[in-house]
Design a protein around this ligand. Structure first.
Ligand SMILES: Nc1nc2c(ncn2[C@@H]2O[C@H](COP(=O)(O)OP(=O)(O)OP(=O)(O)O)[C@@H](O)[C@H]2O)c(=O)[nH]1
Ligand SMILES: [Mg+2]
Length: 323
């Protein structure tokens, strides 16, 4: 039986293997995914983002518990861009979500970047497709921070939960980075700590400054104490309400379109890069790099030369670029 067939039957080991192949950008993954795609699109994707240490994993663990009580099956993708260096955070996530690790209806997978950032959003969405095809009802994608990858993944989720906590000082930066605009729900975690009420009030003020015509969604601010599993039910209610809102407002296809766009563009990028590396067995790329170093050309013109080699239709593009 192929990996894809095993995934469709809910085989956890096959799913783990396929996700590894996706992360490694193996050609085998492309083949397997071809037969999986028609079986995707059923799962609901919840993005959970926020600065390091605000409590995303603890909250995620609570959410897994809440969704399981509703008899939903759950997939979790924890993305950790820093673990290449420490390896510690992933271990932390595993430990934090351990109470669900024995539950066959819960599938948790960490994605490490191993020093590369390119294609991470694509790999995460690929992993989500695998869990979707496995039959998971809801897929939680946990991402740290506010880099481009996070913003991409946040855009690709159906519902985005932004987690903030008082006192870190990070929260304001997160807002500056534009994540606040992408948030559908905001959890003010560590509500047991000083400053939570002020953070909540500041957030409410910031959100009220944006005009929301025609019943546009106003992100609810939900205080939580993840360590004590407090506020989880309120969060789950907000998630259901947002899901309902997306359904009624026609927003769902737009989000999924955004996801398809992200995946497509990342695929184009990686395919073209592969093609470039293969021209003359890599010699052409080296030659252009040499020429850039010697000042005989520049990266932009060298890129146009590459496109000329790849498409055979150079002139038109060059003219366009000059205008
Ligand atoms: N006081 C308090 N501490 C909390 C709360 N929620 C989480 N913590 C603690 O905050 C620390 C970080 O929690 P995590 O759930 O690992 O946070 P995270 O955002 O997933 O962290 P990274 O994945 O490393 O970015 C842990 O020591 C938690 O026990 C809370 O509501 N109150
Ligand atoms: Mg975490």
């Amino acid at each position: 039986m192929s990996l894809a067939d095993r995934v469709l039957k809910g085989d956890v080991r096959a799913a783990a293997r396929l996700i590894s192949l996706i992360v490694d950008e193996s050609p085998e993954a492309i083949k397997e995914m071809e037969s999986l795609y028609p079986h995707t699109g059923k799962a609901y994707i919840l993005g959970v983002t926020g600065a390091p240490g605000v409590g995303k994993s603890t909250l995620t663990d609570n959410l897994i518990g809440a969704f399981r009580r509703q008899n939903m099956t759950v997939g979790v993708i924890a993305i950790d861009p820093t673990s290449a260096l420490t390896g510690g955070a992933i271990l932390g996530d595993r430990v934090r979500m351990q109470q669900h690790s024995a539950d066959p209806a819960v599938f948790i997978r960490s994605l490490a970047t191993r020093g590369w950032v390119g294609g991470l959003a694509k790999a995460a969405i690929g992993a989500a497709h695998v869990m979707d095809a496995m039959g998971k009802d809801i897929i939680i994608v946990e991402t740290v921070g506010s880099g481009q990858v996070e913003i991409d993944i946040v855009k690709a989720a159906d519902t985005t939960l932004l987690v903030l906590a008082p006192g870190a000082g990070d929260e304001i930066q997160t807002m500056k980075a534009g994540i606040l605009e992408s948030a559908d729900i905001i959890a003010v975690n560590k509500a047991d700590k000083e400053g939570a009420d002020r953070l909540k009030a500041d957030l409410a003020l910031m959100l009220s400054m944006k005009a929301r015509p025609g019943g546009e969604w106003l992100p609810p601010i939900v205080p939580t104490e993840a360590v004590n599993d407090k506020g989880t039910d309120e969060l789950v209610v907000s998630i259901s309400k947002h899901r309902e809102y997306l359904k009624n407002s026609g927003g769902m296809p737009l989000r999924r379109r955004e996801r398809a766009k992200l995946e497509l563009l990342e695929s184009v990028e990686s395919l073209i890069k592969d093609m470039v590396h293969e021209i003359d067995g890599g010699a052409y790329l080296e030659k252009l790099i040499d020429e850039i170093q010697k000042g005989k050309t520049n990266p932009h013109n060298a890129a146009l030369d590459i496109i000329e080699r790849l498409t055979g239709e150079p002139g038109e593009l060059k003219n366009k670029q000059q205008i």
